[in-house]
Design a protein around this ligand. Structure first.
Ligand SMILES: [Zn+2]
Length: 321
């Protein structure tokens, strides 16, 4: 390359692996690498390995740091984009009040941006994925919990203390299931991938019949995929729990619609792998429950970028910062 700086690097800092991508202006991932995080060995260790990995990735492809405009990180929070600080991250043991932006900028010699990973994924889908033709989108990442990201009129919505879009902790059931966040009835206690599995285990333990009973009683761990599969072949308990998850998601989509009136609500994360088995009942509940006072309904669609959304979004945010 010729020293032009149209490229940025996007990093998705996960608890197990770090995904690194060299991303162009359109959100295309030109080069990628994946390394084990080894977070328990400390921040300096991780930074050192990341700098090495990036150097290697650039060198292998005839690039140098001069070809790179900036680096964007997506990481689990709570964190501050403004301060560039990870306060604590459940998947990065021992990381407390880490000034990652400054430390990484010093180590790599490039401008660095830090963003919540759910925000980064939402921005990725907005730039180059399911939302690329929309101006306002809301993304829900249905995984261990439920991450949220809101892009409104082209801008990521962060909020006063940068805790906007914590849609997983939107209360959808008054006095409902307890959440580690301290509230009760949070969306993610009903409709995250882990909650769907957990609720089936609880139902079986309380005496409900299910084709998964034997596995559950033998102590096997059950995933949301198992629940989806059982529901698909008519398992009554699995069908009930799956359908309830879709109903709670429909309530959340309606609440989000009234809050920010997005063009699209995009569903990503593990549970979205169920595809139409998720979309069809969710859309049906949405149609049944929605208001009739206006026709400001978002399209509800699946995410398009999979695991790449995080690196593409982080890279795009690095460019715009
Ligand atoms: Zn909660």
């Amino acid at each position: 390359m010729n020293g032009e700086t149209s490229l940025t690097i996007g990093i998705d800092l996960g608890g197990t692996n770090v995904e690194i991508g060299v991303v162009d202006r359109t959100g295309g991932v030109l080069r990628r690498a994946s390394i084990a995080t080894e977070a328990a060995q400390g921040v300096d260790h991780v930074i050192h390995r990341l700098v090495d990995a990036i150097d290697g990735l650039l060198r292998e492809h005839g690039l140098s740091k001069r070809d790179i405009q900036a680096v964007g990180f997506g990481a689990a929070g709570p964190l501050s984009h403004t301060k560039g600080m990870i306060y604590s991250a459940p998947n990065l043991p021992g990381w407390k009040n880490v000034p990652l932006r400054q430390q990484f900028a010093d180590a790599i010699g490039l401008p660095v941006v830090l963003e919540n990973d759910a925000n980064a994924a939402a921005f990725g889908e907005f730039i180059a994925g399911a939302g690329k033709d929309a101006r306002s989108i809301v993304m829900l990442t249905l995984g261990t919990g439920i991450g949220g990201g809101i892009v409104l009129d082209g801008e990521l919505l962060r909020g006063d203390l940068e805790n906007a879009a914590e849609i997983g902790h939107m209360i959808v059931e008054l006095e409902g299931r307890a959440c580690p966040c301290g509230q009760r009835g949070c969306l993610e206690r009903y409709a995250s991938a882990s909650a769907v599995a957990e609720r089936l285990v609880e139902a079986v333990q309380a005496g409900d019949a299910s084709s998964l009973s034997e596995r559950i009683q033998a102590g096997d761990s059950i995933t949301s995929k198992d629940v989806a599969r059982a529901a698909a072949v008519g398992d009554v308990s699995a069908t009930r729990i799956w359908d309830e998850a879709c109903r709670y998601l429909a309530v959340a989509v309606i609440n989000v619609q009234h809050m920010v009136n997005p063009e699209m609500v995009i569903l990503g994360g593990g549970l979205s792998g169920a595809g139409d088995a998720l979309l069809t009942p969710l859309r049906a509940h949405f149609e049944r429950l929605k208001w009739s006072a206006a026709s400001d309904f978002p399209r509800i669609e699946l995410a398009a970028l999979g695991a790449d959304a995080g690196i593409i979004g982080a890279a795009a945010l690095a460019r715009s910062a």
